[in-house]
Ligand binder design. Structure first.
Ligand code: HEM
Length: 253
């Protein structure tokens, strides 16, 4: 029987294409048609997320390339927006089962894409944040700055346990693999969420609203909130699945 065949699955329950080439042959028809509707919804949400990333990142960068000299504020915006909203957003999406550009990659290739985007994106975001921090005499006064600090701290924490997750097998005597992975997911999600909130407060600043209009500023804030919700759904599902599995294994549930 086809559905009796044992296959490897990743955290999303997808069949690992490295072990099976035609994974659809192993899934019963009823499940396939249910999955099909979900796949269409996921595909549409994924397309919308990419469009909204393009619109918000594009608007922020156009704002920085407006007339006048390039200053530290503009450089911090370019680096933070490219880091958090483009590269880290794509790094989270790369692991999502129905993400457009990574859906044909094998599971190990998705992981590679994820950590490369994560490292480059975090590098941009951390540099962009420090450029502005070093340029200010007083710190963490505004909500924009406070959420940026939360994003910075959790980005660094998520990078550290991202490395321990990548080498979970080798490090399992020091730290349980599931703990590294669970904390990496939740730290990364908090970092991305906080960066998005900080960006919304950035879009609400007088300089930005004066350059565009209050209506356009409100629109990019709504787009940022929407793309953030779509992007964090998959990691939150993976986080709860992994936590439940890990608690069951330790007989807490
Ligand atoms: C994800 C995007 C962003 C992040 C992570 C970020 C991060 C930061 C950080 C770390 C600071 C220094 C805070 C301090 O030392 O107290 C800062 C300040 C600042 N940022 Fe951003 N920023 C982002 C986007 C923007 C945008 C889009 C704008 C404007 C349109 C902007 C305008 C400012 C201004 C004017 C300050 C100085 C005043 C303040 O602290 O609020 N930022 N930002």
């Amino acid at each position: 029987m086809a559905d009796d065949v044992l296959v490897d699955t990743n955290d999303n329950g997808e069949v690992d294409e490295e072990t099976v080439n035609d994974s659809s042959a192993l899934i019963p028809t009823v499940v396939q048609s249910d999955n099909n509707k979900l796949k269409i919804i996921n595909g549409v949400l994924n397309l919308l997320a990419h469009l909204m990333i393009g619109a918000t990142v594009g608007t922020a960068i156009t704002f920085c390339l407006r007339e006048g000299e390039m200053n530290t504020t503009k450089i911090h915006i370019i680096l933070c927006v490219l880091g958090y909203q483009l590269l880290i957003a794509e790094s989270i999406l790369s692991l999502s089962p129905d993400n457009s550009w990574s859906s044909s990659l094998k599971f190990t290739q998705k992981r590679q894409a994820h950590w490369i985007l994560q490292i480059v994106g975090s590098g941009f975001a951390i540099t962009g944040s420090f450029i502005k921090i070093l340029n200010q005499s007083s710190h963490w006064k505004t909500l924009h700055a406070k959420f940026a600090l939360v994003a910075l701290v959790f980005t660094i924490a998520s990078l550290v346990n991202g490395v321990t997750s990548l080498f979970a097998n080798e490090l399992r005597r020091i730290i349980p693999g599931s703990l590294s992975k669970i904390t990496h997911i939740i730290f990364g999600t908090i970092a991305f969420g906080a960066a998005s909130i900080s960006l919304c407060y950035g879009f609400n600043k007088g300089s930005f609203r004066k350059w565009t209009t209050p209506e356009v500023a409100a629109t990019v804030i709504v787009l940022t909130a929407s793309l953030t919700l779509i992007i964090i759904v998959n990691p939150l599902i993976t986080f709860s699945n992994k936590t439940v599995r890990s608690l069951r294994r330790r007989r807490f549930m």
